[in-house]
Write a protein that binds this ligand. Sequence first.
Ligand SMILES: C[S@@+](CC[C@H](N)C(=O)[O-])C[C@H]1O[C@@H](n2cnc3c(N)ncnc32)[C@H](O)[C@@H]1O
Length: 336
Amino acid sequence: MLGFVPGLGGVPKGRSCSVLRVEAAPASRKGLDLKGVAWKGLIGIVRAKIIRDAEQKHRIPWTKSVQWVRDQKAVLEKEEEALTNPDVDYPEYFLRKFHSYEDGNLDVMAVEELDPATSALACRLYEPEIVSGDWEYQEAATELRNQFLEQIGSYQSLYGGNVEPRRILDIGGSAIHSTEPIADYFPTAKVTVVDLSPKYLALGVVRGRQKGLLDRIDFLHANAEYLDQFIPNGSVDLVCASFLLHELPTTATTEVLKQVLQALKPGAGLAITDNDPVHDAKIPKLVLGMHYLTEPWKGQYSKLDVQALLEELGFVDVVINQINRKHRAILARKPD
Ligand SMILES: C[S@@+](CC[C@H](N)C(=O)[O-])C[C@H]1O[C@@H](n2cnc3c(N)ncnc32)[C@H](O)[C@@H]1O
Protein backbone atom coordinates (compact mmCIF):
# COMPACT_ATOMS: atom_id res chain seq x y z
CA MET A 1 0.00 0.00 0.00
CA LEU A 2 1.07 3.59 -0.11
CA GLY A 3 2.60 3.38 3.35
CA PHE A 4 1.36 1.85 6.55
CA VAL A 5 -2.24 0.66 6.30
CA PRO A 6 -4.05 -0.59 9.31
CA GLY A 7 -5.21 -4.11 9.76
CA LEU A 8 -5.03 -5.95 12.97
CA GLY A 9 -3.96 -9.54 13.16
CA GLY A 10 -6.29 -11.33 15.50
CA VAL A 11 -9.36 -9.20 14.92
CA PRO A 12 -12.21 -11.51 13.99
CA LYS A 13 -13.30 -10.78 10.44
CA GLY A 14 -16.69 -9.23 10.00
CA ARG A 15 -16.40 -7.15 13.17
CA SER A 16 -16.93 -3.39 12.90
CA CYS A 17 -13.62 -1.76 12.02
CA SER A 18 -14.13 0.98 14.54
CA VAL A 19 -14.23 -1.55 17.36
CA LEU A 20 -10.70 -2.24 18.39
CA ARG A 21 -9.98 -5.66 19.79
CA VAL A 22 -6.47 -6.64 20.67
CA GLU A 23 -6.30 -10.31 21.42
CA ALA A 24 -3.51 -11.92 23.36
CA ALA A 25 -0.94 -13.67 21.21
CA PRO A 26 -0.76 -17.43 21.87
CA ALA A 27 1.38 -18.30 24.88
CA SER A 28 4.63 -19.88 23.78
CA ARG A 29 5.88 -23.07 25.43
CA LYS A 30 8.21 -20.99 27.59
CA GLY A 31 5.40 -18.65 28.67
CA LEU A 32 3.51 -15.67 27.36
CA ASP A 33 4.66 -14.24 24.02
CA LEU A 34 5.26 -10.77 25.41
CA LYS A 35 6.76 -9.48 22.17
CA GLY A 36 3.67 -10.63 20.27
CA VAL A 37 1.31 -9.03 22.76
CA ALA A 38 3.28 -5.76 22.74
CA TRP A 39 3.34 -5.77 18.95
CA LYS A 40 -0.40 -6.27 18.68
CA GLY A 41 -0.96 -3.60 21.29
CA LEU A 42 1.18 -1.14 19.37
CA ILE A 43 -0.51 -1.95 16.07
CA GLY A 44 -3.87 -1.56 17.79
CA ILE A 45 -2.97 1.93 18.99
CA VAL A 46 -1.70 3.00 15.56
CA ARG A 47 -4.74 1.50 13.87
CA ALA A 48 -7.14 3.29 16.20
CA LYS A 49 -5.37 6.59 15.53
CA ILE A 50 -5.44 6.11 11.76
CA ILE A 51 -9.19 5.43 11.79
CA ARG A 52 -9.89 8.29 14.22
CA ASP A 53 -7.83 10.73 12.12
CA ALA A 54 -9.50 9.52 8.93
CA GLU A 55 -12.99 10.02 10.32
CA GLN A 56 -12.47 13.16 12.38
CA LYS A 57 -9.59 15.04 10.75
CA HIS A 58 -9.95 13.99 7.12
CA ARG A 59 -13.75 13.56 7.13
CA ILE A 60 -13.47 10.14 5.44
CA PRO A 61 -16.59 8.07 6.16
CA TRP A 62 -14.54 5.00 7.19
CA THR A 63 -17.26 3.04 8.98
CA LYS A 64 -19.86 3.79 6.31
CA SER A 65 -17.44 2.80 3.59
CA VAL A 66 -16.66 -0.53 5.29
CA GLN A 67 -20.38 -1.15 5.69
CA TRP A 68 -20.95 -0.45 1.99
CA VAL A 69 -18.48 -3.17 1.04
CA ARG A 70 -20.09 -5.58 3.51
CA ASP A 71 -23.45 -4.88 1.91
CA GLN A 72 -21.98 -5.98 -1.44
CA LYS A 73 -20.91 -9.37 -0.01
CA ALA A 74 -23.06 -11.53 -2.32
CA VAL A 75 -22.13 -9.70 -5.50
CA LEU A 76 -18.45 -9.55 -4.50
CA GLU A 77 -18.37 -13.30 -3.97
CA LYS A 78 -20.01 -13.84 -7.35
CA GLU A 79 -17.55 -11.55 -9.13
CA GLU A 80 -14.61 -13.11 -7.34
CA GLU A 81 -15.69 -16.58 -8.39
CA ALA A 82 -16.14 -15.45 -11.99
CA LEU A 83 -12.74 -13.82 -12.33
CA THR A 84 -10.57 -16.11 -10.20
CA ASN A 85 -8.02 -18.02 -12.22
CA PRO A 86 -7.74 -21.39 -10.43
CA ASP A 87 -4.30 -21.94 -11.97
CA VAL A 88 -2.76 -18.95 -10.20
CA ASP A 89 0.00 -20.12 -7.92
CA TYR A 90 0.40 -17.50 -5.18
CA PRO A 91 4.06 -16.76 -4.47
CA GLU A 92 5.26 -17.05 -0.89
CA TYR A 93 5.93 -13.30 -0.64
CA PHE A 94 2.27 -12.58 -1.41
CA LEU A 95 0.87 -14.98 1.16
CA ARG A 96 2.61 -13.31 4.07
CA LYS A 97 0.73 -11.33 6.67
CA PHE A 98 0.69 -7.83 5.18
CA HIS A 99 -0.39 -4.38 6.35
CA SER A 100 -1.13 -6.31 9.55
CA TYR A 101 -3.97 -8.13 7.83
CA GLU A 102 -3.65 -11.81 8.67
CA ASP A 103 -4.26 -12.85 5.03
CA GLY A 104 -2.54 -9.82 3.51
CA ASN A 105 -4.03 -8.72 0.21
CA LEU A 106 -6.36 -11.73 0.30
CA ASP A 107 -7.97 -10.69 3.59
CA VAL A 108 -11.67 -9.79 3.64
CA MET A 109 -10.97 -6.97 6.07
CA ALA A 110 -8.30 -5.55 3.71
CA VAL A 111 -10.97 -5.43 1.00
CA GLU A 112 -13.48 -3.78 3.32
CA GLU A 113 -11.00 -1.10 4.35
CA LEU A 114 -9.27 -0.60 1.02
CA ASP A 115 -11.20 2.46 -0.08
CA PRO A 116 -11.01 4.53 3.14
CA ALA A 117 -7.41 3.42 3.80
CA THR A 118 -6.39 4.55 0.30
CA SER A 119 -8.12 7.91 0.86
CA ALA A 120 -6.42 8.30 4.24
CA LEU A 121 -2.99 7.85 2.72
CA ALA A 122 -3.63 10.64 0.22
CA CYS A 123 -5.01 12.89 2.97
CA ARG A 124 -1.88 12.51 5.06
CA LEU A 125 0.04 14.05 2.15
CA TYR A 126 -2.16 17.13 2.07
CA GLU A 127 -3.04 17.51 5.71
CA PRO A 128 -3.12 21.37 5.77
CA GLU A 129 -5.55 21.58 2.82
CA ILE A 130 -7.84 18.95 4.36
CA VAL A 131 -7.71 20.19 7.94
CA SER A 132 -8.37 23.79 6.89
CA GLY A 133 -11.46 22.57 5.03
CA ASP A 134 -10.14 23.86 1.67
CA TRP A 135 -10.17 20.31 0.28
CA GLU A 136 -12.31 17.25 0.81
CA TYR A 137 -10.61 13.85 0.94
CA GLN A 138 -11.49 13.10 -2.68
CA GLU A 139 -9.46 16.12 -3.80
CA ALA A 140 -6.38 14.80 -2.02
CA ALA A 141 -6.73 11.49 -3.85
CA THR A 142 -7.19 13.29 -7.18
CA GLU A 143 -4.13 15.45 -6.57
CA LEU A 144 -1.96 12.43 -5.80
CA ARG A 145 -3.04 10.66 -9.00
CA ASN A 146 -2.75 13.83 -11.10
CA GLN A 147 0.86 14.34 -10.09
CA PHE A 148 1.65 10.94 -11.57
CA LEU A 149 -0.48 11.45 -14.69
CA GLU A 150 1.25 14.77 -15.40
CA GLN A 151 4.57 12.93 -15.39
CA ILE A 152 3.20 10.38 -17.85
CA GLY A 153 1.87 13.18 -20.07
CA SER A 154 5.21 15.02 -20.12
CA TYR A 155 7.14 11.83 -20.80
CA GLN A 156 4.72 10.89 -23.58
CA SER A 157 5.14 14.23 -25.31
CA LEU A 158 8.92 14.00 -25.01
CA TYR A 159 9.46 10.38 -26.04
CA GLY A 160 6.13 9.07 -27.29
CA GLY A 161 5.44 11.67 -29.98
CA ASN A 162 2.18 12.54 -28.19
CA VAL A 163 0.59 9.38 -29.57
CA GLU A 164 -2.37 8.37 -27.38
CA PRO A 165 -1.89 4.92 -25.89
CA ARG A 166 -4.78 2.62 -26.80
CA ARG A 167 -3.87 -0.53 -24.89
CA ILE A 168 -2.80 0.01 -21.28
CA LEU A 169 -2.02 -2.34 -18.40
CA ASP A 170 -2.33 -1.22 -14.79
CA ILE A 171 -0.36 -3.86 -12.96
CA GLY A 172 -1.18 -4.15 -9.27
CA GLY A 173 -4.28 -2.14 -10.19
CA SER A 174 -6.30 -3.65 -7.35
CA ALA A 175 -9.81 -2.15 -7.06
CA ILE A 176 -9.21 0.54 -9.76
CA HIS A 177 -8.15 3.41 -7.50
CA SER A 178 -5.15 3.90 -9.81
CA THR A 179 -6.89 2.62 -12.96
CA GLU A 180 -9.83 5.01 -13.03
CA PRO A 181 -7.67 8.17 -13.27
CA ILE A 182 -5.57 6.51 -16.00
CA ALA A 183 -8.71 5.61 -17.95
CA ASP A 184 -9.96 9.20 -17.55
CA TYR A 185 -6.64 10.64 -18.70
CA PHE A 186 -6.55 8.43 -21.80
CA PRO A 187 -10.24 8.37 -22.77
CA THR A 188 -9.75 6.30 -25.93
CA ALA A 189 -7.73 3.58 -24.23
CA LYS A 190 -8.75 0.16 -23.00
CA VAL A 191 -7.16 -0.57 -19.63
CA THR A 192 -6.56 -4.00 -18.16
CA VAL A 193 -6.12 -4.28 -14.42
CA VAL A 194 -3.71 -7.08 -13.54
CA ASP A 195 -3.69 -8.16 -9.91
CA LEU A 196 -2.93 -11.22 -7.81
CA SER A 197 -5.81 -10.58 -5.41
CA PRO A 198 -9.15 -11.72 -6.84
CA LYS A 199 -10.85 -10.06 -3.87
CA TYR A 200 -9.54 -6.61 -4.77
CA LEU A 201 -10.36 -7.25 -8.43
CA ALA A 202 -13.94 -8.21 -7.52
CA LEU A 203 -14.27 -4.91 -5.64
CA GLY A 204 -12.80 -3.23 -8.73
CA VAL A 205 -15.55 -4.77 -10.88
CA VAL A 206 -18.25 -3.53 -8.51
CA ARG A 207 -16.72 -0.04 -8.31
CA GLY A 208 -16.15 0.03 -12.08
CA ARG A 209 -19.74 -0.94 -12.75
CA GLN A 210 -20.99 1.77 -10.42
CA LYS A 211 -18.89 4.33 -12.33
CA GLY A 212 -19.93 3.06 -15.77
CA LEU A 213 -16.36 2.08 -16.67
CA LEU A 214 -16.68 -1.60 -17.46
CA ASP A 215 -16.65 -1.07 -21.21
CA ARG A 216 -13.16 0.44 -20.89
CA ILE A 217 -11.63 -1.47 -17.99
CA ASP A 218 -11.21 -5.22 -17.77
CA PHE A 219 -9.69 -7.44 -15.10
CA LEU A 220 -7.02 -10.10 -15.14
CA HIS A 221 -6.29 -12.25 -12.12
CA ALA A 222 -2.62 -13.01 -12.60
CA ASN A 223 0.85 -12.73 -11.18
CA ALA A 224 2.58 -9.92 -13.09
CA GLU A 225 5.72 -12.06 -13.05
CA TYR A 226 4.00 -14.23 -15.68
CA LEU A 227 2.39 -11.61 -17.91
CA ASP A 228 3.51 -13.45 -21.04
CA GLN A 229 1.02 -16.23 -20.28
CA PHE A 230 -1.83 -13.75 -20.86
CA ILE A 231 -0.57 -10.72 -22.77
CA PRO A 232 0.87 -11.14 -26.27
CA ASN A 233 4.45 -9.90 -26.70
CA GLY A 234 4.75 -6.39 -28.10
CA SER A 235 1.03 -5.64 -27.78
CA VAL A 236 0.82 -2.90 -25.12
CA ASP A 237 1.19 0.89 -25.50
CA LEU A 238 1.68 1.76 -21.85
CA VAL A 239 2.20 -0.15 -18.60
CA CYS A 240 1.47 1.62 -15.31
CA ALA A 241 2.35 0.35 -11.85
CA SER A 242 1.17 2.48 -8.94
CA PHE A 243 2.46 1.48 -5.52
CA LEU A 244 3.21 -2.10 -6.60
CA LEU A 245 6.99 -2.24 -6.40
CA HIS A 246 7.31 -1.69 -2.65
CA GLU A 247 5.12 -4.77 -2.16
CA LEU A 248 7.58 -6.99 -4.04
CA PRO A 249 10.91 -8.56 -3.18
CA THR A 250 13.62 -7.56 -5.67
CA THR A 251 13.58 -10.96 -7.37
CA ALA A 252 9.88 -10.50 -8.19
CA THR A 253 10.38 -6.87 -9.28
CA THR A 254 13.04 -8.04 -11.71
CA GLU A 255 10.73 -10.69 -13.18
CA VAL A 256 7.83 -8.24 -13.46
CA LEU A 257 9.98 -5.64 -15.25
CA LYS A 258 11.32 -8.28 -17.67
CA GLN A 259 7.75 -9.25 -18.50
CA VAL A 260 6.68 -5.63 -18.92
CA LEU A 261 9.48 -5.05 -21.43
CA GLN A 262 8.30 -8.06 -23.39
CA ALA A 263 4.64 -6.95 -23.34
CA LEU A 264 5.36 -3.40 -24.55
CA LYS A 265 5.35 -2.41 -28.21
CA PRO A 266 8.69 -1.03 -29.45
CA GLY A 267 9.05 2.53 -28.16
CA ALA A 268 6.17 2.19 -25.67
CA GLY A 269 6.44 3.37 -22.08
CA LEU A 270 6.45 2.11 -18.51
CA ALA A 271 5.25 4.47 -15.76
CA ILE A 272 5.78 3.60 -12.11
CA THR A 273 4.89 5.58 -9.03
CA ASP A 274 5.85 4.55 -5.55
CA ASN A 275 7.48 5.64 -2.31
CA ASP A 276 10.53 7.85 -2.61
CA PRO A 277 13.41 6.20 -0.69
CA VAL A 278 14.84 9.69 -0.06
CA HIS A 279 11.76 10.46 2.04
CA ASP A 280 11.78 7.04 3.69
CA ALA A 281 15.37 7.62 4.85
CA LYS A 282 14.06 10.56 6.94
CA ILE A 283 11.39 8.50 8.74
CA PRO A 284 12.19 7.93 12.44
CA LYS A 285 13.66 4.46 12.99
CA LEU A 286 10.80 3.18 15.20
CA VAL A 287 8.17 4.22 12.64
CA LEU A 288 10.22 2.80 9.77
CA GLY A 289 10.57 -0.43 11.73
CA MET A 290 6.79 -0.65 11.90
CA HIS A 291 6.53 -0.02 8.17
CA TYR A 292 8.97 -2.86 7.53
CA LEU A 293 6.99 -5.19 9.79
CA THR A 294 3.72 -4.43 8.05
CA GLU A 295 5.26 -4.20 4.56
CA PRO A 296 7.99 -6.83 4.55
CA TRP A 297 9.47 -5.91 1.15
CA LYS A 298 9.69 -2.18 1.61
CA GLY A 299 13.31 -2.38 2.78
CA GLN A 300 14.40 -4.22 -0.37
CA TYR A 301 12.49 -1.74 -2.50
CA SER A 302 14.18 1.23 -0.80
CA LYS A 303 17.64 -0.21 -1.40
CA LEU A 304 17.01 -1.18 -5.03
CA ASP A 305 18.65 0.96 -7.72
CA VAL A 306 15.62 0.90 -10.04
CA GLN A 307 17.29 3.00 -12.71
CA ALA A 308 20.25 0.60 -12.96
CA LEU A 309 17.91 -2.40 -13.02
CA LEU A 310 15.72 -0.92 -15.77
CA GLU A 311 18.76 -0.10 -17.90
CA GLU A 312 20.28 -3.51 -17.31
CA LEU A 313 17.04 -5.13 -18.50
CA GLY A 314 17.06 -3.05 -21.70
CA PHE A 315 14.77 -0.09 -20.97
CA VAL A 316 15.95 3.28 -22.26
CA ASP A 317 15.37 6.96 -21.42
CA VAL A 318 14.86 6.25 -17.72
CA VAL A 319 13.64 9.33 -15.85
CA ILE A 320 13.02 9.51 -12.11
CA ASN A 321 11.24 12.52 -10.61
CA GLN A 322 10.00 13.28 -7.14
CA ILE A 323 6.26 14.08 -7.45
CA ASN A 324 5.45 15.09 -3.89
CA ARG A 325 7.23 14.93 -0.55
CA LYS A 326 6.75 11.14 -0.23
CA HIS A 327 6.55 9.72 -3.73
CA ARG A 328 8.39 9.53 -7.02
CA ALA A 329 7.58 8.65 -10.60
CA ILE A 330 9.84 6.38 -12.64
CA LEU A 331 9.42 6.49 -16.40
CA ALA A 332 11.15 4.45 -19.04
CA ARG A 333 10.47 3.00 -22.46
CA LYS A 334 11.26 0.03 -24.64
CA PRO A 335 13.76 0.84 -27.39
CA ASP A 336 12.24 1.62 -30.85
C1 LIG B 1 -0.51 -1.07 -2.79
S1 LIG B 1 -1.60 -1.89 -3.84
C2 LIG B 1 -1.72 -0.66 -5.11
C3 LIG B 1 -3.10 -0.51 -5.61
C4 LIG B 1 -3.33 0.56 -6.67
N1 LIG B 1 -2.44 0.42 -7.80
C5 LIG B 1 -3.26 1.95 -6.11
O1 LIG B 1 -2.38 2.71 -6.52
O2 LIG B 1 -4.08 2.30 -5.26
C6 LIG B 1 -0.56 -3.12 -4.62
C7 LIG B 1 -1.34 -4.15 -5.39
O3 LIG B 1 -0.43 -5.02 -6.05
C8 LIG B 1 -0.96 -6.33 -6.03
N2 LIG B 1 0.14 -7.27 -6.25
C9 LIG B 1 1.13 -7.60 -5.39
N3 LIG B 1 1.98 -8.47 -5.96
C10 LIG B 1 1.52 -8.69 -7.22
C11 LIG B 1 1.98 -9.49 -8.31
N4 LIG B 1 3.08 -10.22 -8.22
N5 LIG B 1 1.26 -9.49 -9.46
C12 LIG B 1 0.13 -8.74 -9.56
N6 LIG B 1 -0.34 -7.95 -8.57
C13 LIG B 1 0.35 -7.94 -7.40
C14 LIG B 1 -1.65 -6.43 -4.67
O4 LIG B 1 -2.63 -7.45 -4.66
C15 LIG B 1 -2.24 -5.02 -4.53
O5 LIG B 1 -3.53 -4.97 -5.05
